[in-house]
Write a protein that binds this ligand. Sequence first.
Ligand code: 5GP
Ligand code: ZN
Length: 134
Amino acid sequence: MKNNCIFCAIAAGELPSFKIYEDDVVLAFLDINPFSNGHVLVIPKNHSEGLLDADDALLSDVIVRVKKVAMHIKESLSCDGFNILQNNGEAAGQTVKHLHFHIVPRLAGDDLRFVSAKGDMEKLAALAESLRMA
Ligand code: 5GP
Ligand code: ZN
């Protein structure tokens, strides 16, 4: 766990999140400024800043979880597709320096431009409840 890392604090349960899935390797939770309904972040519990400093074996475990959560989101929300985004470095739009994979649900013709808006906390809480995985 890295000091002053917001996602480490979320993974440790020291900061709240709208949790969708958790196991020994990852935590998946709703993005608070979603690009689309059901926008989820999947983070490894172990800190790395981005893709390049992450352990290879850990990455294999993480991407399998990203697939599992994406499958669940696609089935639960009946979306037509989804984007996986993974930003590295400020120039690429990375704002939180803890490796994370975005799962952004897409609807046919949604014309999404990847501009996020502040999420409604009550709606996010209800959505997280409905998406929580066993
Ligand atoms: P990045 O731009 O670094 O790839 O994505 C960071 C994401 O984390 C953003 O989409 C932002 O909305 C989200 N985010 C930042 N702080 C928090 C937080 O405290 N809780 C949650 N759930 N999401 C956060
Ligand atoms: Zn961290």
